[in-house]
Design a protein around this ligand. Sequence first.
Ligand SMILES: Cc1cc2nc3c(=O)[nH]c(=O)nc-3n(C[C@H](O)[C@H](O)[C@H](O)COP(=O)(O)OP(=O)(O)OC[C@H]3O[C@@H](n4cnc5c(N)ncnc54)[C@H](O)[C@@H]3O)c2cc1C
Length: 107
Amino acid sequence: MSFKPMTNPNHFDSIIFYQGAAAFSAVLYTGRYKMSTLILGEEFGSETATSNIIENYPGQFQIDGLGLMLNMRQQVEALEVNIIDGQVDRIVRESDRITVKANDQSY
Ligand SMILES: Cc1cc2nc3c(=O)[nH]c(=O)nc-3n(C[C@H](O)[C@H](O)[C@H](O)COP(=O)(O)OP(=O)(O)OC[C@H]3O[C@@H](n4cnc5c(N)ncnc54)[C@H](O)[C@@H]3O)c2cc1C
């Protein structure tokens, strides 16, 4: 599968909301398929980053939540995704695209 490069820096094949464990997991797939991807969320790491010790993450006996989220971010940064801190204010469906409003910007 291949995607056309976007010419406008605010246009993306895929926008993933929030900066929690679910968002960073999803971007592993879009990033690997070379989709231009934006992660948009207001709080890095979300709930997982506030957890002390996590004991049920496969392959890890114990890991602290913030450390786990920092690892996830490092892994997705290697896929050259864009990460922007901000609150998602509005999502508008148009005929040929979906526009997301955040930080007084449109994506
Ligand atoms: C103290 C504690 C300990 C835990 N321990 C464990 C454990 O050991 N094992 C385990 O499996 N789970 C544990 N959990 C649960 C685990 O943290 C959650 O299941 C996990 O964080 C869910 O991830 P998520 O990405 O789906 O959502 P979240 O982590 O909730 O992320 C959602 C994010 O979206 C942001 N957001 C919401 N609306 C907007 C908006 N309009 N614009 C921008 N951003 C927005 C929120 O601020 C939040 O940062 C624990 C949770 C807590 C609080």
